[in-house]
Write a protein that binds this ligand. Sequence first.
Ligand code: AMP
Ligand code: MG
Length: 417
Amino acid sequence: MSSSWLSLEEALSKALAATHVVSDIETISLFSAHRRVVAQDIVALLDVPPWDNSAMDGFAINAKSYTQGQALTVQGIIPAGEKASTPLSAGHAYKIMTGAPIPDGANAVVMIENCDSDNNGNVIINDTPTQGQNIRAKANDIAQGQVLIKKGTQLRAEHLMLLSSQGLDEVVVYRKLRVGIVATGNELAAPGESRSDTQIYESNRVGISAILSDENVEVVDFGIVEDDKASLTRLFNQAASNTAGTNTKTSADNNVDIMVSSGGVSVGDADYVKDVIEAMGHIEFWKIAVKPGKPFALGRLNNTVFCGLPGNPVSSFVTAKLLVLPIISKMQGRQDGHTALTVTATLTKDIKRRAGRRDYQRATMSYDDNGNLVVTPFKTQSSGVMTSITSANCFMIIHEDISTLAIGDTVPVMPFT
Ligand code: AMP
Ligand code: MG
């Protein structure tokens, strides 16, 4: 293996160092904020809960003055959404519903299942109540002024619910990244259109678009471009921002924050992508010791980051997940430590391979009869075999230094999400 190939970690750290955060902000409705990234710390405006309230349907009593076996007179009923008009009197209990405010003078709630009533309609408690029981204290979940959601968090359903519970209907986020996608290759025909007998249907744009869409970016489709320098130059001119250093982009512009291409980054005669970027801007690196996915070019034209993925559909799928997603996270301003989850599983097959590159084998993981996670790599690992990804549910990762593995060995696996 040539020493000019970077390990995945080296490539990632170079890529993250060479990319910027797109820091324009906007205020948007919570209903469109799923997976957008918060641009400033969000501080609680309200205590939650706003008052001491009952965790149960039951009776609110004073546990301190109560004597065991005492019959308590029902003073009234407090439904959720109302409060008692008078403080609890000695020898009394309030019937209270879950969420209703605890009346003054009460300090415990006895659940309804532990209460009976006597012939006179008084409450008899079959419990030894303790002070504070079944009471949710004011502010015990959230105190006004505390940081609720940190800058750099990617919002999901749970965050949106939290903001909503604070009475907020909008949130300040970084603007959506604009990400261009393009497929390069003279042999490619667009799905839905006719193809010549030497063409294949293009499959990468839609896959990359789906992977990117999970991060709520705006995808701009640049279609299919031929393998010639003039076409590629025209494409990258269109895609790259004209003004170095500016973050401002609108949908009216055709330029993008990131351009993701597939194909043409290897060493074939028609592989011009790298040369064109190099001529117009700058290439950071272009070879990584990962299988599949060796040729992956990272570059920059003005303020547009360029990710050149290999054309093989499997390789483009792998490199989009391993490299493009972390770059997207960085540029989106995420600071929530997003990393792909890796677990370990037991191998069901012996493996022999040439060491040198980190291998992301397409594999199926499942639980065996004893509840242990086991993993079986797909029968062929050629990057030209697309059914290797559709038949798999995870990557099985083989470290660059390893050349043999045996049945029963433990290996890291990364589930497809
Ligand atoms: P390249 O990286 O351009 O050398 O392409 C490697 C292999 O992937 C070739 O067999 C190409 O025909 C194929 N390929 C490139 N781009 C695509 C694409 N968008 N969809 C399907 N196959 C592709
Ligand atoms: Mg090609």
